[in-house]
Design a protein around this ligand. Structure first.
Ligand code: HEM
Length: 206
């Protein structure tokens, strides 16, 4: 049997899948409200009115869940000089030459960038969403500001969806990653190959 290393505790994984599920709910209900061609998604939530009512709550719950996830991972996602070097060399990775990339710790620069895009876009979605949440904040913000907020809300949603697509694609592309979030463990070979500095750290080596 392959030797494994623990990468995520149960609580982190539950937290992660809660956020992912809420992302799907908030995303599909948001798309239904975004353009008539996607209004059919509202059938999933009990029709147009219910979609309008539920969408902000899905968003709030997603942000709430993300805060806890972010608090657990932000330190390991701080950008370092090594990450800039990794980005500079990233075309080697695309050529399949991972061995000659700068060594990676728990997360590579691509993963780190995605996590920061998640954080910034969710913050923008939260702030702008409040600004035009009519039943609760009607008249609080001038209409011009509300219009700007609608535009920024859509742009932030676009950035979030795009980064989640990259996140999921990378998780599937780097074979052996998905089990980190399903079982909580990765094989030693996976860790040695993709995150050598983290592997050494886990083995108590300098
Ligand atoms: C079906 C959708 C998703 C899949 C398949 C997925 C998969 C994964 C996997 C496999 C990891 C572990 C990567 C590693 O440790 O190297 C991970 C980590 C993570 N995921 Fe997801 N994920 C999904 C959706 C989301 C969403 C919607 C968010 C937030 C908006 C999110 C936020 C995170 C964060 C913050 C981490 C920790 C990694 C880091 O700090 O760089 N994920 N995900």
């Amino acid at each position: 049997m392959k030797r494994t290393i623990v990468r995520y505790q149960d609580s982190t994984r539950i937290n992660h899948w809660f956020v992912a599920l809420l992302f799907v709910f908030a995303g599909l209900s948001g798309l239904a409200l975004f353009h008539p061609s996607m209004f059919f998604f509202s059938n999933l939530f009990g029709g147009g009115s219910w979609t309008r009512i539920l969408h902000p709550y899905f968003g709030l719950l997603m942000v709430f869940g993300f805060v806890f996830l972010f608090l657990q991972v932000w330190r390991e996602n701080i950008w370092t000089r090594n990450d800039t070097e990794w980005i500079r060399n990233s075309e080697k990775l695309l050529r399949g030459d991972e061995e000659h990339m700068p060594p990676v710790g728990k997360y590579n620069a691509g993963q780190k960038a995605v996590v920061w895009v998640f954080a910034v876009s969710l913050l923008v979605l939260l702030i702008t969403g409040f600004m035009f949440w009519r039943p609760w904040f009607d008249g609080v913000f001038p209409i011009v500001l509300q219009r700007v907020a609608v535009l920024l809300h859509a742009l932030a949603a676009f950035a979030l969806v795009l980064s989640v697509i990259i996140h999921v694609y990378a998780a599937i592309w780097v074979k052996g990653s998905v089990r980190a979030m399903t079982r909580g463990t990765v094989t030693e070979g996976w860790a040695r190959r993709h995150h050598p500095l983290w592997y050494k750290e886990m083995r108590g080596e300098k």
